[in-house]
Design a protein around this ligand. Structure first.
Ligand SMILES: NC(=O)C1=CN([C@@H]2O[C@H](COP(=O)(O)OP(=O)(O)OC[C@H]3O[C@@H](n4cnc5c(N)ncnc54)[C@H](OP(=O)(O)O)[C@@H]3O)[C@@H](O)[C@H]2O)C=CC1
Ligand SMILES: O=C(CO)COP(=O)(O)O
Length: 318
């Protein structure tokens, strides 16, 4: 019996599938397999990584019926519409949300969308500092597995850990997924600063103040502060704001440099900046960096104007 299924054959879904297939059969669903079955490689999203024989591929969601664990690794803004069409194929299992972001339409994170669409499922969140390419190459990686269920959480932690992929357990889904959502927005800001040539000191300041607003939002929404200090918050913020492998960072850097961003890349922080800005405004939470990123990506402000506005805010205690 196939125990693990993965929905979404993007870079992350494929990397997780390749890694988990070292321990047993895994089935990976894509809406369009293109040449993956023939090539036994995902040349479009994760080139250079052979797919092991224990990994099977399908375009038919009915083929996932034997899986007790389903990892959902779709882009955040696609998840709601996907679930509206396909939730019946997923209900009643352990569903692990792997998307990072906040849904623009509903203001919800991935775990809330899964729980709403699949009320009979046990929902968990897998998040933290990890580039798909690193996971796929078997490089050491540590992530957070958040699940409120005291029995399912430890079971998922054990079933989804591998010798190279070490999962730390949490019961704080809100904190785990808000860290992963906000860090992408701050990474765009960090990229803007570097692209505009404003220097490493400015980036360190943005990361630190970005962390402060991530924490403020998450605690307001019921998260535990220590979750944000962990892999899913600070850990992922550090990775994404400092690495050229991050699409969010590269997108911000292109904006800062006045050049064209890469075409076709999934840059979760763009829509999520708008979603979180609206959420924070409605709840009276001060999130100046996120608000500025939303304004710049929305074309309402230039990077230079945004930096001037951030520096001109009233002086305050740290
Ligand atoms: N890449 C990484 O290093 C990491 C990514 N993540 C998160 O994982 C999520 C997915 O990102 P990633 O894998 O990188 O994305 P990619 O850009 O690599 O791939 C996106 C995938 O989603 C598929 N897709 C898009 N819309 C739909 C839809 N409506 N129905 C079915 N499939 C769809 C695409 O299919 P098609 O090719 O047919 O368009 C494509 O396979 C994001 O939330 C990201 O933040 C988390 C950790 C690390
Ligand atoms: O989430 C990630 C690393 O943890 C991937 O970051 P990007 O989506 O910016 O590439």
């Amino acid at each position: 019996m196939t125990a693990i299924a993965i929905i979404g054959a993007g870079a992350f879904g494929t990397a997780l599938a390749v890694t988990l297939a070292q321990q047993g059969p895994v089935i990976l669903w894509a809406r369009d397999l293109r040449d993956m079955a023939r090539d036994r490689e995902n040349r479009a999203r994760l080139p250079g990584v052979p797919l092991p024989t224990s990994l099977s591929l399908t375009q038919d969601l009915a083929d996932l019926s034997a899986a007790s664990i389903v990892l959902v690794a779709l882009p955040m803004q696609q998840l709601g519409a996907f679930l509206a069409r396909n939730a019946t194929h997923l209900d009643g299992r352990s569903l692990v949300a792997c998307s990072k972001g906040v849904d623009l339409a509903s203001g919800k994170g991935p775990s809330a969308l899964l729980a709403q669409a699949c009320p009979g499922a046990t929902v968990a969140v897998l998040t933290g500092p990890s580039f798909a390419a690193d996971i796929a190459r078997g490089l050491p990686t540590a992530l957070t597995l958040a699940c409120a269920d005291p029995v399912a959480g430890p079971a998922l932690q054990a079933q989804l850990s591998t010798p190279a992929l070490r999962l730390y357990r949490s019961t704080d889904l809100t904190g785990a997924e808000l860290g992963g959502a906000v860090k992408n927005v701050i990474a765009i800001a960090a990229g803007m600063v570097m692209g505009a040539g404003l220097g490493d000191s400015a980036r360190a300041a943005l990361m630190t103040r970005g962390y402060a607003e991530m924490l403020r939002l998450a605690v307001h929404l019921g998260a535990r502060p220590e979750t944000l200090a962990g892999l899913s918050g600070l850990g992922d913020l550090v990775l994404t704001c400092t690495s050229d492998l991050s699409r969010n960072f590269r997108f911000g850097r292109a904006l800062g440099a006045g050049s064209a961003p890469e075409e076709g890349a999934t840059v979760e922080g763009v829509a999520t900046a708008r979603a979180i800005t609206a959420l924070a405004r409605n709840r009276g939470i001060d999130m100046p960096i996120t608000t500025m990123v939303a304004a710049v990506v929305g074309g309402e402000l230039t990077v230079a104007d945004a930096m001037t506005a951030l520096m001109a805010r009233p002086l305050k205690e740290e």
